[in-house]
Design a protein around this ligand. Sequence first.
Ligand SMILES: [Zn+2]
Ligand SMILES: [Zn+2]
Length: 383
Amino acid sequence: MTIASDEADLADLVVARPEGLYCPPGDFYIDPWRPVERAVITHAHSDHARFGHRHYLASQAGATVLLSRLPGVSLQTLAYGERLDLNGTTVSLHPAGHVLGSAQLRIEHRGRVWVASGDYKLDPDPTCDAFEPVRCNTFITESTFGLPIYRWDPPQTVFDGVDSWWRHNAAEGRASVLFCYSFGKAQRVLASVDAGIGPIFCHGAVEPLNRAYREAGVRLPPVRLVSEIPLKDKVAFRQALIVAPPSAQGSAWLKRFGDYSDAFASGWMRLRGARRRRGVDRGFVLSDHADWPSLQTAIQATGAERVIVTHGSVEPMVRWLREQGLEAGAFETQYGDDTVEADAAGADETATTGSVPHEFHEATEQDAATDDTANAADPPSRA
Ligand SMILES: [Zn+2]
Ligand SMILES: [Zn+2]
């Protein structure tokens, strides 16, 4: 059957199916959103790693985190770079720099290579392995912050800002409450702030992730649970940094701290509208996703002639890719912008409001276009 095998040689290595992204020759799914027989998981954020699959394949580095979120699943792990044959395809996982254990999936079949990025960033992060560019013919990329207004300051600059905000509050005897996603962002913050400024506390939703990171060998400073402090004791928090999930915002739990200043750490803080709606004292622009220049750098480093965009600002990215002379398209997926982490972050410590603000879902192109600090209509940099 020469014709059939020629067709097989040209067929896409990944296609979109109702269950998720699917590799026909390898017969497996990538971060599927419906239950399947075999799922390769790029990372443990809840829009990518779901319950219900029969077999899971994920990175060794992310095993503790994945199992803390999906206890009891049938999990096979691969070290970064280790190769595995799946029905005649060769698959391997490569660091994506997004959160602990995050991986890009490389699929090789009959001389052709496709890479699915999952979520990724290029900025340094002490809590996970750095993004590794992987050469491929077709690159499947996220585009959460795929607009020219999204340009991050160097992480050290952001953490210097967090430190000076905390130091100032501590000097005035006021607690510093920092809202950020409980998985990934929280640990990155903990590992990056100056732990000498004062004691660090965290919300109960953050602690299981801290534990999984420590078990995986990531160094985090000593952190206490807010619930360890007697209810009426507010003095304990006066010099403290308190790391809490976004779902704790506006909750009665915050009364514990007496006088406090609050801040939010997220890439969405780049948008004035998102900052305003959040209603916090400070917004720190800190993301675990690639900004616009980094997306371009990462895509170019793959050498791919074809790029397929999965989620985020899909249209502008596809347009830019075509302007670069690349073949570009999109997959319809159910991956979010990690706001699901806000929902997932439980309120096991208290009475949260129960309602998760929706501004992050809304804070997209429209918001960017009305942001006065940048112009979304800027032509993309060709550099
Ligand atoms: Zn993610
Ligand atoms: Zn995602």
